[in-house]
Design a protein around this ligand. Structure first.
Ligand code: BMA
Length: 328
């Protein structure tokens, strides 16, 4: 059986076919990592970043950890989604009235989504501790800083790419002020991107050890013929620290707090040197995907070892088949 992506064509998206000897539902780009160490002067590491199709190519919001150790948000552009030109300056935000907004203390793990012609960035923002920052742009030249979505502490705020029942929808993962040792995914809705409520529980960490510590939404969910396809990260606590893998689930199209199916097995786990070795070893942290509705191809953009950006490929049919074949 084949499944469909409900969305736009994207013929120029990054893509490599599944290698003949690959038995997994997701396979890595053979040119990984696509962004290595010290890609811009001010920053030592760029990882956990987001991209979207824009004009004839792609635009990205990148997490760049500066040489003072602080994570910041930078813009990047690419024609092919693989070779990136990153801006040296951090993204400058204005207030709603057009005046300069004060610089943010830190910004990390951005997500990027287009809803009705407006591009929204969500990220982990400082508000007396981490919470979900929000900004919008129409042209990637001016960026309006909006109200933080939630109270601290929260991370992994991920917007759905369209309104559902007339409301904006956001997944998030309430957390603590530390390297959170717990965490489940929740859904909140808003009529205006300012007031968020009607909170619902979506998914919990599970008895399966690869996601027994915490989980968090990854890329914006992809609309499919079977429901919203959600790629998320799941964390295992080992005697040598956390291990971040990727998982996949299907959410109900109209009531996305309802989980239709969730795979018991991970879809990708740290195995390559650039995933196992780096600033934080053993991390695969997906933040974005691009997909082509004509072919069902999906390219997942993920951070590797808190040091690099990498790409992995799958298709809507591969992933949904995998979820159904490995039920939780
Ligand atoms: C999480 C986040 C991510 C990071 C991960 C592994 O808490 O801070 O940005 O990739 O830890 O260090």
């Amino acid at each position: 059986m084949t499944y469909e992506i409900i969305g736009k064509s994207l013929a120029h998206m990054p893509w490599q076919s599944k290698p003949a000897n690959c038995m997994e539902p997701v396979w890595r780009f053979d040119g990984n990592p696509v962004i290595g160490r010290n890609p811009i002067q001010c920053s030592s590491r760029v990882f956990n970043s987001a991209l979207l199709p824009f004009n004839d190519g792609f635009i990205g919001v990148f997490r760049a950890d500066h040489k003072d150790g602080m994570p910041n948000l930078h813009l990047g552009r690419s024609l092919d989604g693989i070779r990136w030109e990153l801006e040296e300056n951090i993204i400058h935000f204005t207030n709603e009235n057009g005046t300069d907004a004060p610089p943010i203390t830190y910004g990390y793990d951005p997500r990027l989504v287009e809803i009705e012609g407006v591009y929204y960035i969500t990220w982990c923002n400082d508000f007396h501790g981490p919470t979900i920052g929000l900004a919008r742009t129409s042209d990637f030249k001016t960026f309006v800083l909006m109200e933080n979505a939630f109270l601290p502490f929260n991370r992994n705020g991920v917007l759905f790419p369209r309104k559902i029942n007339g409301r904006y929808m956001m997944l998030s993962r309430p957390s603590d002020n530390q390297h959170t040792r717990f965490g489940d995914i929740f859904l909140s809705e808003s009529p205006d991107m300012v007031y968020w409520g009607k909170h619902r529980h979506v998914m919990s960490r599970s008895d399966n050890w690869w996601k027994a510590t915490k989980i968090g939404a990854g890329p914006a969910p992809v609309e499919t013929s079977e429901g919203w396809l959600l790629i998320y990260h799941g964390v295992c606590d080992t005697c040598n620290g956390f291990v971040y893998s990727m998982g996949a689930a299907l959410l109900d199209i109209d009531e996305p707090h309802k989980v239709i199916a969730d795979a018991a097995d991970y879809i990708l786990t740290p195995e390559m040197p650039y995933e196992e070795t780096g600033f934080v070893p053993n991390v695969c942290f997906p933040c974005a995907s691009v997909q082509d509705a004509d072919t069902g191809r999906i390219a997942v953009f993920y951070g590797a070892a808190d040091s690099y950006c990498a790409i992995a490929f799958t298709t809507v049919t591969e992933l949904i088949d995998f979820i159904k074949a490995h039920p939780l």
